[in-house]
Write a protein that binds this ligand. Sequence first.
Ligand code: SF4
Length: 299
Amino acid sequence: MEVILSSPRGFCAGVVRSIDIVDICLRKYGHPVYVKHQIVHNPHVVADLERKGAITVETVDEIPEGSVVVFSAHGSPPEDFEKAKERGLKVIDAVCPLVTRVHNEAKKYHREGKKVLLVGHVGHQEVRGTMGQVEMTLIPDDSDAQLPDWDEDENVAVLTQTTLSITDTARAIDAIKGRFYNAVVRNDVCYATTNRQQAIIHIAGMVELVLVIGAPNSSNCNRLREVAEAQGVTSYLINGPDEINPSWIKGIDKVGITSGASTPEVLVESVIHALAPEKVTMLEGVEEDVEFTLPKELR
Ligand code: SF4
């Protein structure tokens, strides 16, 4: 068997930054440091930080008064900051700067009097954070969604979740533009999501199976699996080598492997080890040199 490794894959700049933030907080403030919501959607990363003294909780109400809390990379609604203030918490916001940009766009368009539409995945943490910024309407990315019953000349601004499928997003945007001819469209799917999806589209024609390494609650991992399937290749999303079903690889000569933006490379390596291929080929892909600065409290 030959393994073909997709590139780029794995950690993006926003994930690296958010993990660094928790690490630095643990050293600077001592433990425990609370983390609201999984810092990134990967159980391996979360468990690693918890071993060092981080405590992951789902709501601000669970955090003892006066504690230090890191808000996750996905972004948080203003009400979480207000609750944290009431409880006297020291908040370090690990939101990815690319998500903050979407929040700022939402506020700007709202100030201009536009009606804001957000194309996104129902129930995802990032969508919760973005929807809290100003009044807006969610357009689900996963179906031929119903559009609001507004006049066709309505001043509409369209934002998107950062980790959507590039093709589903383009389809949703086309539908919105077809319905509201004044629509101002911002496609906010981030560089990391775009690059990983384009790389797997490139590989899909070369392999018989694609394994996406990552967590089932990771949006960009799920989209990678769907993008591979849309190219006509069977694809599975697995956390690690324990989840490989031997029947998947029986008689298979070429397996493509990728991983989402929140997946540590060690998990990719352990899957390759478990497959024990005769050959591993790493394809060249887009070089990523994006870096984000730390929040000012930690610089
Ligand atoms: S996937 Fe994109 S938006 Fe999300 S943390 Fe990474 S760079 Fe930021």
